[in-house]
Design a protein around this ligand. Structure first.
Ligand SMILES: *[C@@H]1O[C@H](CO)[C@@H](O)[C@H](O)[C@H]1NC(C)=O
Ligand SMILES: *[C@@H]1O[C@H](CO)[C@@H](O)[C@H](O)[C@H]1NC(C)=O
Ligand SMILES: *[C@@H]1O[C@H](CO)[C@@H](O)[C@H](O)[C@H]1NC(C)=O
Length: 568
């Protein structure tokens, strides 16, 4: 089946998944108990007025080629009829490199706006961050969201809002118009190959990987230790290649100041900031609520991570927890949706019986996302074929006529590892630079030894996904030496009062999402009162379908600032 029609099918599949999800339990969250009631420290309080110190700058409108067509998106991808290209406007927005010291000069952000309708009264802007995890080289999450979700959101909010997606500092996806840019480690494949060959010699190992950097044999614990050291060398090489001053300005706190400045410019000084973030993209909203609770407008946090986890937890531990959780949920999915002869996935979907194609598509997406997200090395095709757990989950007559392992082929082909495939550090400088603990060489050395010991067992943590697995760079923050110039810290200062934003944020969680654990609101939005916390039961991917209960709740919240308890 040609790729385009498969992509189309995949989209149709998402629609099905989303349409059939149910929701329960809305309502204000209980105020956090004093024990959990975390407070922010002065660090994020002191410079809070700094945004007014700079002159607002007008955005510059530029052609949209970069955002939408840098990789030929419009020619190759399925574009929904509802996508109105004339409504898309792209621009560059100037921001100071350092919000506390604007005299250091200005950088720029690239954004894309899906314009409000001209025949209704415009209400403002909804800023969106669909998350960072790439699912492959063809579309960034930002591009995907703009193409497939923005038109639906535009229509269902009656065209009242401009919808803005921007490429945040340090992580700009394909269009490299945002500065500071994504940190690049190598300029060419040759440079990268030379580095890895040289590093092998330095480590005294015969390179065990091939031209695509895939392991030629089933990885052993010895390989894991070598790869671990190699990753440290990659990071050192990448840091050497950067202007390290810029790496300090890639943090999420700076990104929130950028967001507030855009709202000031687009909607007027002091206007409420509406924001919708998914998964790790929700961090921006979580920071907004801590840093500028008085500016928070309608804030949706969809499948968020705990703020305490993000700021304080050792990322290798986060990787172990997330991976184990994802593996368990995907295993459950396989048991009820894949293995039984007459599987109809009714445990996962409410009212629709899925056909084999839908189930295959769900499985492909889940496995692909999980591998792209949690795997920091690559298997050979043979290793994946030899993986009996994976083979058992895949072995059945495929819907495309191939009776064998179509899924294994696809997964192996689609394995995307940011620093191997596009020679960048991905989100590592942002995530790791946001960490509250300072970098310390001794602590790092101790942690390296500990992790090295843990790898012996941990590389076998997720047999369904891969017979051996190793964390990607953004889960190896202990080797990242640079911290953001401004960082958010949450302490337990008794004197700090809880904050009550004018409109409580809307938190959407999933009970069956392999990529987001269910959390208490006090861990997602510490000390913020009045949050609405809703849980989507059964299986679902993140996204937006106006006809679902969750979709209706989102629209109701965006239009009216509240949710009613009509949920199932
Ligand atoms: C737009 O929204 C209306 C309801 O507000 C709906 O009836 C219509 O089908 C939607 N149109 C599209 C193209 O999605
Ligand atoms: C796959 O399994 C076969 C048979 O057990 C074995 O000979 C081969 O070395 C394995 N391949 C890899 C890459 O592990
Ligand atoms: C690094 O970036 C800063 C900020 O833009 C600049 O002032 C400095 O000159 C740069 N350093 C180098 C070596 O390019």
């Amino acid at each position: 089946m040609p790729t385009t029609s498969r992509r189309m099918l995949m989209l149709i599949f998402f629609v099905i998944v989303l349409r059939s999800c149910a929701v329960f339990a809305a309502g204000p969250a209980n105020p956090a108990s004093p024990d959990n009631d975390l407070q922010t420290s002065e660090l994020c309080k002191v410079p809070i007025s700094s945004n007014v110190a700079t002159q607002p700058r007008r955005p510059r409108i530029i052609p949209c080629g970069g955002m939408l067509n840098e990789v030929g998106v419009l020619e190759r991808m399925y574009i929904p009829d509802s996508f109105d290209q004339d409504r898309v406007q792209c621009g560059l927005f100037d921001v100071p490199l350092d919000w506390a010291r604007p005299e250091l000069g200005y950088e720029q952000l690239h954004y894309t706006k899906y314009l409000a309708a001209s025949d209704v009264e415009r209400e403002g802007t909804i800023f969106v961050n669909p998350g960072y995890h790439p699912t492959g080289p063809s579309l960034t999450p930002q591009q995907r969201w703009m193409l497939y979700t923005a038109p639906k959101l535009h229509n269902s909010t009656e065209g009242k809002y401009d919808i803005v997606i921007w490429n945040v500092r340090g992580y700009s996806g394909h269009p490299s118009l945002t500065r500071p840019k994504l940190a690049r480690c190598f300029d060419t494949k040759e440079e990268s190959d030379m580095f890895y060959r040289g590093a092998g010699v330095v480590l005294g190992v015969e390179p065990a990987w091939g031209g695509r950097m895939e392991f030629l044999h089933e990885q052993t614990y010895e390989d894991a230790k070598h790869w671990f050291h190699l990753q440290s060398m990659v990071v050192e090489q990448c840091v050497r290649k950067q202007n390290t001053t810029l790496l300090g300005y890639m943090g999420t706190a700076a990104t929130v100041r950028d967001l507030v400045a855009m709202a000031d410019t687009f909607d007027g000084s002091g206007s409420p900031v509406n924001f919708w973030g998914m998964e790790y993209g929700a961090h921006v909203g979580q920071y907004l609520l801590q840093m500028f609770p008085e500016r928070a407008g309608r804030v949706i946090l969809q499948a968020p991570q705990g703020l305490d986890t993000y700021l304080y937890e050792d990322t290798y531990e986060t990787w172990r927890h997330e991976l184990t959780y994802a593996h368990t949920l995907i295993g459950d999915f396989v048991k009820s949706c894949i293995e039984p002869e007459d599987a109809d996935c009714s445990t996962y979907w409410h009212d629709e019986v899925l056909d084999q194609d839908d189930i295959d598509m769900a499985q492909e997406s889940l496995f692909k996302w999980a591998r792209n997200r949690y795997m920091g090395w690559r298997n050979s095709h043979e290793t994946d074929s030899n993986n009996s757990a994976l083979a058992a989950a895949c072995e059945r007559p495929g819907s495309w006529g191939d009776p064998t392992y179509w899924l294994i082929d696809t997964l192996n082909e689609m394995q995307y590892i940011e620093h191997l495939d596009d020679f960048t550090l991905g989100v590592m400088p942002v995530y790791c630079g946001d960490k509250s603990t300072d970098y310390n060489q001794e602590t790092a050395a101790t942690r390296i030894r500990e992790i090295e010991a843990m790898l012996e067992d941990d590389i076998r943590l997720a047999p369904f996904l891969s017979s051996s697995i190793f964390p990607p760079l953004d889960y190896l923050c202990h080797i990242w030496p640079i911290r953001a110039v401004e960082r958010l810290r949450i302490t337990t200062l008794e004197s700090e009062m809880p904050e009550t934003p004018a409109v409580g944020p809307l938190i959407i969680q999933y009970s069956q999402n392999p990529f987001a654990r269910f959390l208490a609101p006090s861990s997602i939005v510490p000390r913020i009162k009045g949050a609405h916390n809703i849980v989507q039961l059964k299986f679902g991917v993140h996204g937006f379908e106006p006809e679902t209960d969750v979709g209706r709740t989102i629209v109701e919240y965006l239009l009216h600032g509240g949710v009613t308890s009509h949920l199932l």
